[in-house]
Design a binder for this molecule. Structure first.
Ligand code: ZN
Length: 196
């Protein structure tokens, strides 16, 4: 998942007054995503990923590479299929100064019925440039294993729950296109076609 507009542009910068340095940084993040992250309609984004059988050095190297790409493209989450690897592995972080967390073979349980709607972007849709309102459960429990193969259990809410739902969707070949309201989906598709 890409950062939201708010996170990308600090609050003290009024709209339209983005500094040249901030603009250049944003351009660099975007270029990195376009270069290193698979872009729609790449078939890897539509193929369900396979369970990771062994958490070995190869898997740890993959997680490290994903964390690096996520940071360089200023994302808050990245799933392995987004770099063309069809394994059930995701990395995420809740702010730019936090180090990446790795979750392998993640499973969601206890999805709350209570939901909210917020803007989401995706590094695989024009490198994160498009934002679309998506309804997600507010809370969930996530289980899986970390890069050392140790069990992970996260009780997530708010942004963390949103990022995890977005990334797990990627492991199942699902994109925000599929979750957007009909009108928003149409607008998204139009934009994707125009700029392809
Ligand atoms: Zn995404």
């Amino acid at each position: 998942m890409s950062e939201t507009e708010e996170q990308a542009a600090p609050a003290e910068e009024a709209e339209g007054e983005e500094t040249a340095a901030a603009r250049e940084e944003r351009r660099r993040h975007h270029a990195t995503a376009m270069r290193l992250v698979r872009q729609f309609p790449d078939p890897a984004l539509r193929t369900p990923a396979r369970t990771v059988e062994d958490v070995d050095d190869e898997v740890r190297a993959l997680a490290a590479r994903m964390a690096e790409i996520m940071e360089q493209s200023h994302g808050v989450g990245l799933a392995a299929p987004q770099i063309g690897v069809l394994r059930r592995l995701l990395v995420y972080r809740l702010s730019a100064d936090e180090s990446a967390r790795t979750v392998i073979n993640p499973t969601i349980s206890d999805l709350s019925e209570e939901t909210d709607v917020d803007s989401e972007g995706c590094l695989s849709l024009l490198g994160g440039e498009l934002q679309v309102p998506i309804e997600r459960s507010l809370r969930l429990v996530l289980t899986g294993v970390d890069g050392e193969g140790k069990p992970v259990r996260v009780e997530a809410e708010g942004l963390e729950a949103r990022v995890l739902q977005h990334e797990i969707d990627h492991l199942n070949g699902v994109l925000i296109l599929d979750r957007a309201a009909k009108e928003d989906r149409r607008a998204l598709m139009r934009e994707l076609r125009l700029r392809a």
